[in-house]
Design a protein around this ligand. Structure first.
Ligand SMILES: [Zn+2]
Length: 411
């Protein structure tokens, strides 16, 4: 018996390894091919990408060759093509007053919108502006990547509904109600709460966005702002780049109690790839790194010492993985339903990436992972694009309904 058992123990691990290797290699190849086939049939719509500000900081669209592979960037046309991206919401990110001096947020937002439009116009063989779901589908059939614009940070409108209306006219199709800081009319997730959610004017902003057909984006906002927006909005809302809080306990993520409210609203939660939002281990580690740097700063450390410390911490940091991103997708599907989950990578807004999802060329690998987990093609299509397109269509429908009732508007 002892001899026989010994033999089995000797033989078994090798046999299992061989079997797994052979099966793993074949399966991976097939799933990726299947992912590419699916992505040929439906436009992949990514909810959030920060390349506009990255290009701005490199001197603008005239200084960066977006048609060539850019080593320092997660996004360029060759990578978008390899990743089979069909439509991208480009973030017109606007700094807040305490971040990078944001004294003229409306002007900054105008410049960002202009930058996206110029970038898109510069590469007409690959990129085309889109304002509606029909535009996205038409561009997709013409093998062009749709450029959609979302303003990141409601402070961009400087509390003017007139400015909001003009941003819509310039092609903006979503606005994230806050960025990192609480605004005059909405609380942010990462700042102190001043209003308990939306103020009365904040509710008016949401209603006007509904009337215009601009999607209300409740990534970045506090839980109370999420709840207020879900209560006030008569059109589907989006979370353009947020993941599940029950997996990584970050305030930027969406708690289960709110995920469960999304189906009644009809909106979509687009999963963020930021390692600190994806992996609880990374989040905890980043918190300790931040605490360490705060201690050093309090002790009078100079910027070189702070940078050295940050580098040393970064070297030892745990990693998030593509599989963990898939876990978030499946969790949101389980909480909100398959019709309410999407993708919002945050590429070029994040400073580190999950293993396996390093840049915009990697989307097919994520789809392959879901297929490996048993996802059906129809569900994959909803996740990658159909849910986002449905939300865009439903918001446009709601706007037409609201516009038929006239509203007094002073300016
Ligand atoms: Zn963001």
């Amino acid at each position: 018996m002892a001899v026989r058992l010994g033999l089995v123990l000797l033989v078994l691990p090798a046999a299992v390894a061989l079997h797994l290797n052979a099966q793993g290699a074949t399966a991976a190849r097939d799933y990726r091919a299947e992912a590419l086939r699916i992505l040929k049939t439906v436009p992949l719509v990514d909810g959030h990408n920060d390349i506009p500000d990255a290009i701005r900081s490199r001197g603008g669209p005239d200084s960066v060759d977006f048609s060539a592979t850019q080593l320092g960037l997660m996004t360029d046309i060759p990578k978008l093509r390899a990743g089979m991206v069909g439509a991208q919401f480009w973030a017109a990110y606007v700094p807040t007053t305490t971040m990078h001096g944001g004294e003229h947020p409306a002007v900054y937002a105008l410049e960002q919108v202009g930058l996206v439009r110029r970038l898109c116009a510069r590469y007409p063989r690959d990129l085309a502006m889109a304002y509606t779901a029909d535009d996205v589908e038409r561009n997709f059939r013409a093998r062009k990547i749709s450029c959609l614009i979302g303003i990141e940070g409601g402070h961009a409108i400087e509390s003017s509904l007139g400015a909001l209306r003009m941003f819509y006219a310039l092609g903006v199709r979503y606005m994230t109600l806050t960025h990192w800081e609480t605004t005059d009319w909405a609380d942010a997730a990462t700042d102190s709460a001043k209003h308990g959610g939306l103020t009365a004017f904040g509710e008016q902003v949401v209603r006007e966005m509904n009337r215009l057909g601009m999607l209300v984006d409740i990534s970045h906002v506090s839980d109370n702002t999420m709840l207020d927006a879900l209560r006030v909005s008569t059109a589907p809302v989006i979370f353009s780049h947020s993941s599940a809080r029950s997996i990584s306990n970050h305030v930027r993520n969406v708690p289960d109690s709110i995920l469960k409210l999304v189906p009644a609203n009809g909106g979509v939660v687009m999963v963020n790839f930021n390692p600190g939002f994806v992996s609880e281990a990374v989040r905890v580690y980043e918190d300790s790194a931040q605490a360490r740097s705060n201690t050093l700063r309090a002790a009078g450390a100079d910027s070189a010492a702070l940078a050295d410390s940050a580098k040393a911490w970064a070297k030892r940091a745990p990693h998030a993985t593509l599989q963990q991103v898939a876990d978030h997708i499946e969790h949101i599907r389980d909480m909100a339903g398959i019709d309410h989950v999407g993708l919002g990578s945050d590429f070029d807004g994040i400073t580190s990436v999950p293993d396996g999802l390093e840049n915009t060329s990697k989307f097919p690998d994520l789809v392959a992972e879901l297929l490996r987990r048993g996802w059906k093609a129809d569900d994959v299509k909803k996740l990658v694009g159909l849910n986002a397109l449905r939300v865009m269509r439903d918001a446009a429908k709601a706007a037409r309904r609201l516009q038929s009732a006239s509203v007094a508007q002073p300016y």
